[in-house]
Design a protein around this ligand. Structure first.
Ligand code: ATP
Ligand code: MG
Length: 341
């Protein structure tokens, strides 16, 4: 019995849930990073439809409808299918089997302590009726990461507890089998932190209805910027304003390449003498410039539906081989019964 050999290239894994169009939060939290990392790494991007069912049980078809949309968003921002394997999670049965094995390596108390899960349970209003699959989705995520033998996971800051959970499971498995069977993936979390919603709430999120989609039209971008709340105490242009936690400044921090002008605008806003309208006009221009090429690329891919379907089919086929190989190795290492050939 041998360890999985060290891969010559580090393996990057990161996915999204097909619960709606990808948005600016995804762009700064993960997409930008994964576009860069695909050069020089084997990169896998599963579309996490099985995970999305954990809190969308009543409407699986809605999740399925978003699968192609998500692929289009990935392709539009520059995920290159010749460098990155885009695949569909629910079509990878080895992930379920590995999840089942991993569930025995974690306690319910540990799952309930996960701060992101706690926050999400509250946001979704589950009360005590938490779907078991939802509570356990960090375990499924650990299985995803392990099955692809990921060494680097580019994710937003909200995912840090999931990476810790993955480490705990992988360490326990490695200890149990007595050798470094699976790698412990390292998180790559951008310094920009998590992007607040256009309503100023803590996190831009598809499920919270406070997101600006990467596919937004020019009118939708303008309307979203117009609606953004600013500092409620900044009533007159001459009043000093608050920059921290003010969404019209958080967004430029994440997306405006002209750092000097942003620093100057912030200083003027803090001192007083800078109106919200001016800040919003600049933000509008920055977002229009950022999203125009993404929208154009998305439209071009949308005209090639057969190619998009082929990318998903080929990617999933490749991913099936990779994940099954890991599952076989884990089963062997645990000493599970093997039928005679
Ligand atoms: P849902 O509301 O359905 O959970 P979501 O908007 O939270 O959707 P996910 O698909 O759960 O998006 O997240 C995919 C990736 O994007 C994760 O790595 C996550 O950390 C990152 N991400 C999502 N929202 C943000 C955000 N507002 N800021 C930074 N990163 C984000
Ligand atoms: Mg989420």
């Amino acid at each position: 019995m041998s360890d999985i050999p060290a891969d010559p290239r580090p393996i990057v894994l990161t996915g999204d849930r097909p619960t709606g169009p990808l948005h600016l939060g995804h762009f700064c939290g993960s997409l930008r990073n994964r576009v860069t990392l695909q050069h020089g790494h084997d990169t896998f991007v599963p579309i996490a439809d099985a995970q999305a069912l954990t809190d969308n049980t009543d409407d699986p078809r809605r999740i399925t409808r978003h699968v192609i949309d998500l692929a289009l968003d990935d392709l539009a921002v520059g995920i290159d299918p010749s460098l990155t394997t885009i695949c569909v999670q629910s079509a990878l049965p080895a992930l379920c089997e590995l999840t089942q094995l991993f569930l025995n390596l974690v306690t319910v108390v540990r799952l309930e302590r996960n701060p992101t899960i706690k926050e999400e349970i509250q946001a979704r209003g589950f009360g005590r009726d938490i779907p078991a699959g939802f509570l356990c989705y960090p375990v499924a995520q650990a299985a995803d990461s392990a099955a692809f033998r990921a060494t680097l996971v580019p994710v937003g800051a909200d995912q840090a507890p999931m990476i810790e959970q993955t480490h705990a499971i992988v360490r326990r498995l490695n200890r149990q089998v007595g050798h470094a069977l699976l790698p412990e993936a390292r998180a790559s979390i951008p310094a920009s932190g998590r992007l607040p919603g256009v309503d100023g709430r803590a996190k831009m999120s598809k499920s919270q209805g406070n997101a600006l989609a990467l596919s937004a039209t020019e009118d939708e971008i303008r309307a979203a910027v117009r609606r953004m709340d600013t500092d409620p105490d900044h009533l007159r242009v001459g009043d000093p304003g608050r920059v921290e936690g003010n969404v019209v400044f958080t967004d430029p921090d994440a997306f405006d390449p002209d750092r000097d002008t942003i620093a100057e605008l912030k200083a003027r806003y803090r001192r007083g003498g800078l109106g919200d309208t001016v800040v919003k006009q600049r933000l509008e221009t920055v977002l229009l410039d950022l999203l125009a090429p993404i929208r154009a690329s998305r439209a071009a891919w949308a005209h090639r539906p057969d190619d998009v379907r082929d990318i998903l089919r080929d990617g999933t086929r490749h991913a099936r081989g990779v994940t099954q190989a890991t599952l076989d190795t884990v089963k062997d290492a645990l000493g599970l019964y093997r039928l005679a050939p």
